[in-house]
Design a protein around this ligand. Structure first.
Ligand code: IVH
Length: 686
């Protein structure tokens, strides 16, 4: 048969390799369906699943003999596990056909116009976000929720009535007039992004199970055997379609149905819109694509639905999906790629961050080749090993991160990553802080990496602002041993600088001029430039404002430092520890000696006549002004504001919902002031 190719068609015998591949794909898809729908623990990102499904669809299209009736291309989801009782859906819960390209949307619209024989004009569609959660069907009889079910395999799902009652709260009965005798509403249960982050943080703190994304969190939370667990999870619902309805006046368009459902008190997404024709659909798609990252919940596409219900009925459906609807997918925010190696980065303050170097992959609209691995615990939690295939997520401007490892694809010889116990740059010990999560190189300024980052930071725009002292020159200056620390910058001489590679007389002169110019600084910038751990620009400005000059800061103890607005005990301790070190004091002195200066500010005059002068005050509960503002106000009146009530406390200012501090004050007999009394004493309204 060499050179002869069979023409594909329904009568053709499929080639053996295609039959084998179809079998393989079917097995893989069944496996991944089970992980996704039953275990709520998918191994593949959606795009990788979709690719497998598409490949199978193409083979089956070409060789219909290979299309078994139970193929994953013909059904949705996976059979329900045994833990919940089963519910047979009165009307099957179908899936949606997917489109990835504009051309597929055009083909969808063309086909519809052909079937309904619409020669002129445009079809009216309702465009809605495609919510990334899980589909549920809610059955109301005489307005009462009698049953709730998951989609399962589309024909039968799990009975999750008790759990859904927890999600719905008071919406377990419908409101308004004209509630039909039987009303099945379909919708999506999901978790808002913020709720997801909060829940995961709480789960982590309690040593519980965390989820890789909001969709899995929603699925895992809804399918809990104990409804009280579901009750504690922040789940939301948007309704978007109907199932069985009897004894009611169902509106004639999908648009009106959405409003009808909303009228019964059920939540409907307010981003749904009526659009006309392909151009209306595509405009909506692009607008949603822009807004995606700022929406409070994850969406993975938009859905177009023919609005007229008589047309929907006429168009009907295939085994898997209706012909009147289409899901237009947004670019995937999760993709698979290979973790080539793990590198350790050392930051300015010695913080050690593991970074994943990836085989470049297009995800979230850009090519990604690095992702953060956060810390040692995260690598252990993921069990990420060089050579592994991993799922990366990139959403918005957030640094890409690794969500999970595809264990199935782990190479046989993959070795667990050994987190170093010595700094890869200077070989000093790595020490752990913050319950062992934050790793830090203990080398301080011995560590070239820290020294280099410290100098770059010192010269940066928001610090001493030395123009021209960028990354490359800093490296050259360090390598040539012309500088060792930030104080050396002000002792540089022209000749050796001009002798550096790619430097000349002129550029050396420019650099020295910029260095000279930077001496005229401000106290805030100078403090920021020192690179004190936990002291950013705002805190540095706060310190400068409060103290007015450097010497009182050098003399201040940790408690005094806490008088600065927004400086708590941890930051105060960090400042104090830094300024106590002899080598830091020496550098500060050298900087001052070489002429670094700032205008001295008069410390804010304290009203000696105020009733708060010299008093120790504690704030508790919620006030109408921000806590920091109240603190500032008190300080300007000469008070010392502290965090805990003791017998030395003069006043406790009690806001709404005050707790134990108010009780303690009562116990110790400390004078308590409510907000109004505080304002009066403070002379507000004078
Ligand atoms: S309509 C018969 N509308 O996407 C059509 N589905 O991939 C019923 N989904 O099973 C679905 N947002 O879980 C519809 N606005 C929306 C949706 C939506 C998300 C989900 C739903 C469905 C799946 C299909």
């Amino acid at each position: 048969m060499a050179g002869q190719r069979s023409r594909p068609g329904s009568g053709d015998t499929p080639p053996a390799d295609k039959a084998r591949r179809a079998r393989e794909l079917r097995e893989q898809l069944e496996y991944h369906n089970h992980r996704y729908y039953v275990l709520d623990d998918p191994e593949l990102p959606d795009v990788a699943y979709d690719r497998l499904l598409r490949e199978l669809e193409e083979i089956e299209d070409k060789y219909p003999a290979l299309a078994s009736p139970d193929s994953p291309t013909r059904k949705v989801g996976a059979a329900a596990p045994r833990t919940f009782s089963e519910v047979v859906h009165a009307v099957p819960m179908r899936s949606l056909a997917n489109a990835f390209e504009d051309a597929e949307v055009e083909a969808f619209d063309r086909r519809i116009r052909e079937i309904i024989e619409l020669e002129k004009g445009e079809v009216e569609y309702v465009a809605e976000p495609k919510l990334d959660g899980l589909a549920v069907s809610l059955r109301y009889e005489a307005g009462w929720l009698v049953q709730a079910a998951t989609r399962g395999d589309g024909r039968q799902g799990e009975n999750i009535t008790q759990n859904m009652r927890q999600v719905l709260g008071e919406r377990t009965s419908l409101a308004g007039n004209g509630v039909p005798a039987v009303l099945e509403v379909r919708g999506e249960v999901f978790m808002a992004k913020e709720d997801f982050l909060e829940m995961n943080a709480a789960q982590r703190a309690a040593g519980g199970k965390t989820f890789v994304n909001p969709r899995n969190a929603a699925a895992g939370s809804l399918r809990q055997l104990d409804p009280l667990v579901t009750a504690r999870r922040p789940l939301s619902l948007f309704a978007y379609a109907l199932g069985e309805v009897s004894g009611g006046d169902v509106p004639g368009t999908h648009w009106d149905i959405l409003q009808w459902i909303r009228g019964f008190g059920l939540p409907v997404c307010d981003l749904a819109e009526r659009v006309r024709g392909v151009s209306g659909c595509l405009d909506y798609y692009h607008a949603m694509r822009e807004r995606r990252d700022s929406l409070p919940y994850d969406i993975d596409g938009v859905v177009y639905k023919v609005s007229r219900m008589d047309w929907q009925t006429y168009l009907g459906h295939t085994a898997r999906a209706p012909r009147w609807a289409l899901a237009h997918k947004l670019p995937a925010q999760e993709e698979m790629t290979v973790l080539e190696r793990i590198e350790i980065q050392v930051g300015r303050t010695g913080a050690i961050t593991p970074v994943a170097r990836l085989t470049p992959v297009f995800v979230g609209g850009v090519t990604v080749s690095n992702a953060t691995l956060h810390n040692r615990d995260e690598i252990m939690r993921l069990d990420a090993r060089p050579g592994d295939t991993v799922v990366v997520r990139r959403a918005g401007d957030v640094i890409p991160e690794i969500l999970s490892v595809v264990m199935d694809k782990r190479p046989k010889n993959a070795k667990p990553f050994e987190f170093p116990d010595r700094c890869p740059v200077c070989d000093s010990d790595i020490v752990y802080e913050g319950e062992g999560v934050v790793a830090r190189c203990s080398g301080g300024l011995f560590c070239d990496a820290q020294r280099r980052e410290a100098i770059r930071h010192f010269a940066s725009r928001k610090a001493m602002d030395i123009e021209g002292l960028g990354e490359k020159i800093v490296d050259q200056l360090l390598a040539a041993k012309l500088i060792n620390n930030v104080a050396d910058i002000y002792h540089l001489e022209k000749e050796p600088v001009a002798a550096l590679e790619r430097m000349a007389d002129k550029s050396a002169e420019n650099l020295l001029n910029a260095i000279e110019k930077s001496k005229d600084s401000t106290l805030g910038r100078f403090l920021h430039a020192l690179g004190i751990p936990l002291v950013g620009e705002a805190t540095a400005e706060g310190l400068a404002d409060y103290f007015g000059d450097l010497d009182p800061i050098l003399e201040a103890d940790a408690e005094t430092l806490q008088q600065v607005p927004d400086v708590g005990p941890i930051v105060a301790q960090s400042i104090h520890t830094f300024l106590e070190q002899d080598h830091n004091r020496e550098i500060i002195q050298r900087l001052r000696d070489s002429g670094v200066r700032w205008p001295r500010a008069q410390r804010q005059a304290v009203r000696a006549d105020s009733p708060f002068a010299g008093k120790t005050v504690v704030l508790t509960g919620t006030l109408s002004m921000a806590r920091a503002e109240a603190k500032k106000r008190l300080q300007s009146l000469g008070a010392k504001v502290t965090g805990s009530v003791s017998k030395n406390t003069d006043y406790v200012i009690v806001g709404a919902d005050a707790g134990s501090k108010a009780e303690k004050a009562e116990e110790l007999g400390v004078t308590m002031l409510d907000e109004q009394a505080f304002r009066e004493l403070a002379g507000d309204g004078d």
